[in-house]
Design a protein around this ligand. Structure first.
Ligand SMILES: *[C@@H]1O[C@H](CO)[C@@H](O)[C@H](O)[C@H]1NC(C)=O
Ligand SMILES: *[C@@H]1O[C@H](CO)[C@@H](O)[C@H](O)[C@H]1NC(C)=O
Ligand SMILES: *[C@@H]1O[C@H](CO)[C@@H](O)[C@H](O)[C@H]1NC(C)=O
Ligand SMILES: *[C@@H]1O[C@H](CO)[C@@H](O)[C@H](O)[C@H]1NC(C)=O
Ligand SMILES: *[C@@H]1O[C@H](CO)[C@@H](O)[C@H](O)[C@H]1NC(C)=O
Ligand SMILES: *[C@@H]1O[C@H](CO)[C@@H](O)[C@H](O)[C@H]1NC(C)=O
Length: 480
């Protein structure tokens, strides 16, 4: 760099001094510019590293608490820390792995890898999420009516929703204009699975003492099982196969809200018309990792409305060999060991509290689960780490994940669900209990959350990246 001007001056002896000087000055300027650029890039690099070092420290501390929690509560499970995010949960030596995986021709492994950073980001997000499909979501989502709505209606064939009024006909029964349930609406919720374990304990009264109880598919609720599973009925997640028996199962429990897990269907619509219960469609992504099936959806629903989620009847403890239902003969379930490990992780992430026969005689002591403060700190660290790794350094605020925005017109929010259908039975549907709620009658924590979120409802962009949200802004007027 420095040679050229010198060479120039020596090769042309006639040149007067000024251009040489100019060349030298230019070169010096260029040189200092380069030095400056290198230095400042080193400096920001260091700053990024320093910043991440703090996040890594917070997350590593969190991993240690998690490890301790698993040691205390995991009934033999152990957590092995790989780095500030990665963790392996191992079943005790000698666990009988009876699950044969047909696809890979192996017995189920006895250890599972988890990314705690990813898990904490995923599950903390559910606390602020709407998990029921609404009209405002379909309106806001790109291709919501054409493409996405079609995926939620079975046997639509190749027609998709090219004819929107046809799709509206299918969905109108179960599509509220906006979110019927709110984050923080309840303090405590019980999520009751169907495991035969429930008959080994008498959790009935304890379950009924929750602010809301969420049950599953065909779970019977009556005097016969009252002392095991309680009598309170608030929500029931159902698959479309359950439509056949639902009228019998409900047995006149008309205020119980049904939430369809997957897709609606003409059998289901026929069943809905014969009962007055409010019915909605679940809205949320399919988990890529962790336990499959029913349980996870119930927990997602519960987290989107409740501060504390107690789970009963999920056969989650290591050491269980049975796979039964409390009201029928045994049947084969899915990948049991993996599910159990993941539930234990969720308990130690403060997402759920596990209740089972193996813990029935234990004191209800949750002090070894990381505190809310610690979880919030770890969540914030995981978020900053992720954003710095993906190059979005800071400044994104609470709506940083909103990829698509929708808004609600100020001229009202459309009719409440079910109102187009005036069949005699559905005249008594109690949709308004959930859909028209004076702001003041919401729980204080839910009001505070609504205000802090500036009236914005958040939805997962189903089947898409973890972070992509559809956000809809409502006015901050008294009615929510
Ligand atoms: C493991 O479980 C299978 C099926 O329940 C049983 O046949 C086998 O004897 C068990 N093995 C041990 C070592 O307990
Ligand atoms: C959830 O909402 C609270 C406000 O109630 C906010 O402080 C927090 O950052 C939000 N968390 C996520 C993951 O969006
Ligand atoms: C769209 O669907 C509605 C309701 O089923 C039907 O009445 C109408 O004829 C359809 N329109 C077209 C163009 O197919
Ligand atoms: C249905 O409800 C009635 C009245 O509450 C009760 O007597 C009956 O036992 C219930 N039937 C079943 C199958 O739970
Ligand atoms: C609502 O959304 C439309 C379309 O994106 C936009 O043109 C309009 O300005 C928005 N209204 C408000 C009040 O934000
Ligand atoms: C609807 O819910 C409200 C509030 O819980 C209740 O007071 C009312 O009796 C219910 N109405 C019917 C028809 O179930």
């Amino acid at each position: 760099m420095m040679t050229r001007p010198l060479k120039a001056s020596s090769s042309s002896p006639n040149t007067i001094k000024r251009p040489v000087l100019l060349h030298l000055v230019c070169a010096a300027a260029l040189f200092s510019l380069i030095v400056f650029v290198i230095q400042s890039s080193l400096f920001t690099g260091n700053r990024k590293l320093d910043l991440n070092r703090e996040e890594v420290r917070i997350l590593s501390d969190f991993q240690s608490s998690l490890q301790q929690c698993v040691a205390n509560r995991g009934l033999g499970l152990t957590a092995h820390i790989i780095d500030h995010c990665k963790l392996i949960l191992k079943f005790p030596e000698g666990t009988n792995s009876t699950w044969y995986n047909e696809q890979f021709k192996i017995f189920e492994p006895l250890e599972y890898n988890y990314d705690v950073c990813e898990a904490i980001l995923l599950w903390e997000q559910y606390r602020n999420m709407t998990t029921v499909l609404t009209r405002e979501y379909l309106d806001a989502r790109p291709d919501g009516w054409l493409d996405y709505a079609a995926k939620r209606i079975a046997q639509l064939g190749a027609d998709k929703c090219y004819n929107r009024s046809l799709c509206e006909e299918h969905l109108s029964l179960i599509l509220p204009p906006k979110q019927p349930f709110h984050p923080r609406q309840f303090r405590t919720c019980a999520v009751v699975g169907n495991s035969g374990d429930l008959l080994k304990t008498e959790f009935g009264e304890e379950i009924d003492s929750h602010d809301a109880v969420i049950r599953d598919n065909e779970a019977p609720v009556n005097e016969k099982y009252a002392k095991f599973v309680g009598l309170k009925r608030d929500f029931r997640l159902v698959v479309r196969g359950a439509a056949r028996n639902m009228v019998t199962i409900l047995n006149g429990s008309i205020d119980e809200v049904l939430i369809i897990k997957s897709v609606t269907h003409k059998d289901f619509n026929a069943m809905i018309k014969s009962i007055p219960n409010p019915v909605y469609l679940f809205q949320g992504i399919v988990l890529r990792r962790g336990a499959k099936g029913t349980g996870m959806k119930s927990i997602e629903l519960a987290l989107s409305m409740c501060d504390i989620v107690d789970i009963y009847g999920f056969t989650v403890d290591p050491g269980y060999t049975e796979w039964t239902r409390y009201f029928s003969t045994p049947r084969k379930g899915h990948n049991p060991l993996q599910g159990r490990a993941y539930y234990q992780l969720l308990e130690c992430l403060g997402v759920i509290r596990i209740h089972s026969p193996m813990r029935a005689k234990r004191k209800q002591d949750w002090s070894d689960v990381p505190s809310r403060e610690m979880i919030s700190r770890a969540h914030a660290a995981a978020l900053r780490l992720k954003r710095s790794q993906t190059g979005q350094l800071g400044g994104l605020g609470q709506f940083g994940s909103c990829k698509v925005w929708g808004n609600v017109s100020t001229s009202g929010n459309g009719p409440i669900s079910g109102s187009p259908d005036m069949s005699n039975t559905r005249k008594y549907s109690n949709y308004s209990k959930w859909e028209i709620m004076p702001f003041e009658s919401l729980r204080r924590e839910a009001q505070e959350h609504y205000i802090q979120m500036e009236g914005v409802s958040m939805y997962k962009m189903d089947g898409n990246k973890l972070d992509d949200l559809v956000c809809v802004r409502h006015s901050l007027k008294p009615e929510v």
